[in-house]
Design a protein around this ligand. Sequence first.
Ligand SMILES: CC(C)(COP(=O)(O)OP(=O)(O)OC[C@H]1O[C@@H](n2cnc3c(N)ncnc32)[C@H](O)[C@@H]1OP(=O)(O)O)[C@@H](O)C(=O)NCCC(=O)NCCS
Length: 187
Amino acid sequence: MNAPEGEIIEVVDETLFPACLDVIRTAFGTVAAELGFTAQTAPTNPAFWTLDHLLRTRREGARLFALLASGAPVATVALRPARRQAVLDLTRLAVLPQHRHRGYGRALLDRAFGVARSAGAGTIAISIIAENRPLERWYLAYGFSSTGTRTFDHLPFTVEFMEKAVRADGPADSAAGQAPVRSRYCR
Ligand SMILES: CC(C)(COP(=O)(O)OP(=O)(O)OC[C@H]1O[C@@H](n2cnc3c(N)ncnc32)[C@H](O)[C@@H]1OP(=O)(O)O)[C@@H](O)C(=O)NCCC(=O)NCCS
């Protein structure tokens, strides 16, 4: 499914990073508020990210995508190489609260799978907060499988690992063959 409005771009120019950071902090902030964790109890959560975090993930090889509405980012997703070969980690999937339930989250997942396919990846992996049951159900309905859970001393929630194979015969990214993503980049 494509975004019902707006378009998904790869954020290649860092001048758009502050706006993307705002989307990430706001979207993950609703989860932090619901589950009651704070910058003190979960300092690494994206709800409490700074620009430095975003820039560092880029330096580490992550690619950031944003869905634009009226020219401004309202949703994001990132893909970064995982430790395992041919696996990409999907992170920072975030939709501003006032733009949820319109298919943007699913459109970003679809785009991520197209990008992964064009990049030759075999699997997309995610780590979610296991206590967020609606989120887990949503990923299961999309075709992800749960591969296990783990608790960490520094995190006030359980981490659930999920993954889904990238079908080689699925739709390629819209600009596959020219560039890894469509040609209109953020400036
Ligand atoms: C998860 C998220 C990206 C979905 O974005 P979206 O644009 O609303 O997604 P879609 O419109 O494609 O699908 C909506 C579905 O998401 C599912 N969903 C996922 N998490 C949910 C939650 N916490 N509460 C309610 N529904 C949720 C529901 O099934 C919903 O279905 P509905 O519209 O029929 O109620 C968005 O809720 C979000 O930004 N959440 C906070 C950040 C987060 O948890 N990101 C995932 C990190 S792994």
